[in-house]
Design a protein around this ligand. Structure first.
Ligand code: INI
Length: 188
C-alpha cells in the first residue's frame, strides 16, 4: 500500500490555473487575490495575466462564482481552479443563501469534473473580521493558493504515467460541454 500527498515544490511551468474572483466586497477580494498571487509567484508560478500559467476571471458576486468555475473546469484548460470571494453577514438572511449556494456550487464543480476547485470564499460576520483574514492579520488568499498547489500535485500523482494529470485533456478535447466531457473521459 502507499501514502499519497501533494507537494508544493514541483509545479511544472506547463501547469495552468484559473482564478475566479467575485467583485462584491472587492475591498476584501482584491486583498485575497494579492495573497493568492504572492503564494503562487513564490512557488514559481508565472502570475502575469499576459503569461501562460494563470487566467483571471472576474464575476459580479460569489453567487456567480460556481457557474464560471465549473465552466473553467470543464474547459480542461486548467489543472486547478481557485475561487475567491467574501460573503459578509448583513441584517437579512441573504448571507445564508449566497454562502450556501456558493459552497454547494463550488463543491459540485470539483466533484463533477475531477479538477481541483478551491473554496477560497471567506464568510465573516463583519467587514473587520473579513479584512483581518484578508491581510490585516493573515491572508487566507495565500493559503487558498497553497491548497491549489497541493491538490494539483496530488491529482497529478493519480494521472497516467508520463502524460501528466489525466484530468487535463489535450487541446483537441478542450472547450467541451459537460456531456461531451463525460463522453471523452469515459473513453480515455
Ligand atoms: N455577493 C458576495 O460576493 N458577497 C456577499 O456578501 C453578498 N451579499 O451578502 O449580498 C453577495 N451578493 C451578491 C450575489 O453574490 C450576486 O452577485 C447577486 O445576487 C446577483 O446574482
Amino acid at each position: 500500500m502507499a501514502v499519497f500527498e501533494g507537494t508544493f515544490t514541483q509545479t511544472p511551468a506547463s501547469f495552468r490555473f484559473a482564478i475566479v474572483i467575485a467583485r462584491f466586497n472587492d475591498l476584501v477580494t482584491e486583498k485575497l487575490l494579492s495573497g493568492c498571487q504572492d503564494c503562487l509567484k513564490r512557488h514559481g508560478v508565472d502570475i502575469n495575466p499576459e503569461g501562460t500559467q494563470v487566467d483571471y476571471i472576474w464575476v459580479p458576486g460569489c453567487f456567480e462564482v460556481p457557474m464560471v468555475a465549473r465552466q473553467m473546469a470543464i474547459s480542461h484548460r486548467y489543472h486547478g481552479v481557485i475561487c475567491l470571494g467574501a460573503v459578509i453577514r448583513g441584517q437579512t438572511p441573504h448571507f445564508d443563501y449566497v454562502a450556501a449556494e456558493t459552497a454547494k456550487g463550488i463543491a459540485a464543480a470539483a466533484f463533477q469534473t475531477g479538477v481541483p476547485v478551491i473554496f477560497g470564499i471567506l464568510t465573516a460576520d463583519t467587514m473587520t473580521q473579513a479584512l483581518e483574514r484578508a491581510g490585516i492579520k493573515s491572508n487566507h488568499g495565500w493559503n487558498y493558493a497553497l491548497n491549489a498547489l497541493e491538490m494539483v500535485n496530488l491529482m497529478q500523482q493519480f494521472g497516467e504515467s508520463g502524460s501528466g494529470n489525466k484530468n487535463v485533456l489535450p487541446v483537441s478535447a478542450q472547450n467541451l460541454s459537460l456531456q461531451e466531457f463525460e463522453d471523452v473521459t469515459e473513453k480515455s
